[in-house]
Design a protein around this ligand. Structure first.
Ligand code: ADP
Length: 608
């Protein structure tokens, strides 16, 4: 119920919607009942026209079914008296059309209210999900499958909106219909209705038994769907690797297992759903047949108190009362499914971030003197990845981190912008723990260029100015010039407006890096975090990237992970990391003379 309330809160202001919906539903129900009721006079005119009374006095107004009934009889008899049976038939037919028209118009407009509620609900949930996902810390995605999140965004949001629509039917429309028809049934024959109604709860019980298991199964189908989407996502983003390793058969088989499991469970769900409908129909017909029999029996004994046309209308109403009851059972199932989906969505929305902002954060407007790693330790899981690391980067200096793969270099980098928080020790900026600063302030002091530049499916200009506001074309071009990117950008089809494809696939590795560097140049932060690309570039492109990096680092404080050791020769301090501890430190010449790991790594790169 809590979940459901939260879902409804997204349809805000749903209180604005329901009065209109309710009013229109009431009218639609009234006209709908009139529709059926008109069947009686229709049959009377057709088969028993001699029973139409010759003169009926105009009834006194009162707010009752009786009044409406009498008014109709009055018109019918006066038309029959003056114009004959054909005119009476025409009158009844026209009344039928009018009632049907109003009933459907009201229903249509009530549906429109639902649609506008559903769409705004969907929009609100998607907006919140997006902003949550964009704000979640990196650790969250470490532990979760992308497909589960994508499935929540696509399927669960849909389920939720359907369930809210269903809930409106359950709360307002269907009960109204049931009540409306029941009132008519009692009005027409209290005795018959009282007896036959006993059968209704029995059939309702049977139908709900069938639908009860639906909820559990639908939970499973949705989680399987998440896994299937995960696999699709991997097939799209990893298509190069799948081909390169001839792994198509392998991934196809893996996919097939999930797919088959999903098929089985959704088959169960559908079978159950399909069973619900014929069962309730069979029960409905059986009950109607019983009523028919009982009514007929009463009639033979002269106790029915209805004419034959009235009795047929009565059966019609009885038939109709089952329909909203069935619809209610279905809507309940939909609401249940929606709640399951809602829970999955709220699980994402409620995920708490491990990276917490200080309740009373300090502002950070400028970087003054130094960054200090003080006995920093870190672990992702149980294994420590960094152990007691300490070093200082004075303002304007460059510290380079080198070491074999898996040594913890990227992790060390990620701690500075608080992508992760240290598990031991602290990192200080100008003598204050970085956890004390406002996170956005902290990050705005830093520019980050990662190994695999993160580019977005957008124009080159927008990729360079990414996230920055009020940037002129001129500033973008200046940044691109410093990053050695201007020339090649001009050569692309639409220059700065060229779309670079998903993750920049339309560009070469070196070009992607230079775009990322231009982005950092434009942001112009005092602190730079560079994770040099490992992918080999050709000499010319490497020269261009190198030059761009040097331009970028000029006058800045930088923490650089170097893979090509030639680039860090001039670093003020080189820190050699192995298995999470500092094994050597010093400038290039000192380390070479040490004949330790650094000089060994240099030899490996044939660097002298
Ligand atoms: P380097 O950049 O020097 O290659 P990393 O900092 O990437 O090293 O990784 C250091 C260690 O941390 C490795 O053993 C790696 O397996 C582990 N590691 C890296 N990222 C994660 C992560 N997101 N979750 C768990 N372990 C990780």
């Amino acid at each position: 119920m809590e979940t459901f309330k939260r879902i409804l809160a997204y349809a805000k202001p749903w209180r604005r919607y329901w009065p209109g919906y309710l009013a229109l539903s009431i009218f639609s129900v009234i006209f709908g009942i009139a529709n059926y009721a008109l069947l009686g006079p229709f049959l009377t005119v057709l088969f028993e026209s001699d029973t139409i009374p010759q003169t009926v006095a105009r009834p006194e107004f009162s707010f009752s079914i009786q009044y409406v009934n009498d008014l109709f009889s009055y018109f019918l008899s006066s038309i029959a008296a003056s114009g004959g049976v054909v005119k009476a038939l025409l009158f009844v037919s026209l009344s039928l059309i009018v009632a049907c028209f109003f009933s459907d118009v009201c229903r249509y407009f009530s549906q429109r209210i639902l649609v506008s509620m559903k769409t705004s609900l969907m929009k609100n949930i998607r907006r919140d999900l997006y902003s949550k996902i964009a704000s979640l810390d990196i650790g969250y995605f470490n532990n979760r499958k992308k497909g589960d999140i994508l499935s929540s965004i696509s399927n669960d949001v849909n389920e939720v909106q359907n369930s809210v629509a269903s809930s409106f039917h359950v709360m307002f429309r269907e009960p109204l219909l049931v009540v409306g028809f029941l009132v008519m049934l009692f009005y027409m024959s209290p005795r018959l209705t009282a007896v036959s109604l006993i059968a209704l709860p029995i059939s309702a019980l049977i139908v709900t038994r069938i639908t009860r298991k639906l909820r559990r199964d639908s939970v499973e189908t949705q989680s399987l769907m998440g896994q299937i989407l995960s696999q699709y996502e991997e097939a799209i983003s990893g298509s190069r690797i799948i081909k390169a390793f001839n792994a198509r058969k392998y991934v196809e088989n893996r996919f097939e297992r999930y797919n088959e499991r999903h098929r089985k469970v959704s088959k169960q769900v559908s079978n159950r759903q399909e069973l619900a409908s014929p069962t309730s129909e069979f029960l409905g017909i059986s009950i109607a047949a019983l009523v028919l029999f009982y009514g007929g029996w009463l009639n033979f004994n002269g106790n029915l108190g209805m004419t034959w046309p009235q009795f047929i209308v009565y059966i019609g109403f009885y038939w109709k009362v089952l329909e909203p009851a069935k619809a209610m059972a279905n809507s309940f199932a939909a609401v249940q499914k929606g709640i399951v989906s809602g829970e999955r969505i709220f699980e994402i929305l409620d995920a708490s971030s491990d990276i917490k902002e200080d309740p009373d954060p300090l502002p950070l407007t400028s970087f003054r003197h130094s960054i200090e790693y003080r006995n920093v330790s870190f672990r992702y899981t149980d294994e420590p990845v960094l152990k007691e690391i300490s070093f200082i980067i004075p303002k304007g200096k460059m510290v380079a981190i080198v070491g074999p793969s898996g040594a913890g270099k990227s992790t060390l980098d990620d701690l500075l912008p608080r992508f992760w928080d240290v598990t031991g020790g602290s990192i200080e900026l100008d003598g204050v723990d970085i956890r004390r600063y406002k996170i956005t302030d902290l990050i705005s002091q830093m520019g980050i260029v990662t190994q695999e530049p993160i580019l977005f499916n957008d124009s080159i200009a927008n990729n360079i100015s990414f996230g920055m506001e009020n940037v002129t074309q001129e500033q973008i071009e200046d940044a691109a010039k410093i990053a050695n990117a201007h020339e090649f950008i001009l050569q692309t089809e639409q220059g700065y407006q060229t779309n670079i494809g998903d993750r920049g696939t339309k560009l070469s590795g070196g070009q992607r890096q230079r775009i990322a560097i231009a982005r950092a140049v434009l942001k112009n932060p005092p602190i730079l975090i560079l994770d040099e690309a490992t992918s080999a570039l050709d000499t010319e492109s490497e020269r261009l990237v190198q030059e761009a990096l040097s331009n970028l680092m000029k006058y800045r404080t930088s923490l650089v992970i170097a893979h090509r050791l030639s680039t860090i020769r001039h670093a003020d301090e080189i820190i050699v990391l192995q298995n999470g501890i500092i094994v050597e430190r010093g400038d290039h010449d000192t380390l070479i003379n040490n004949h330790g790991l650094y000089s060994h790594l240099c030899e490996l790169q044939a660097f002298t």
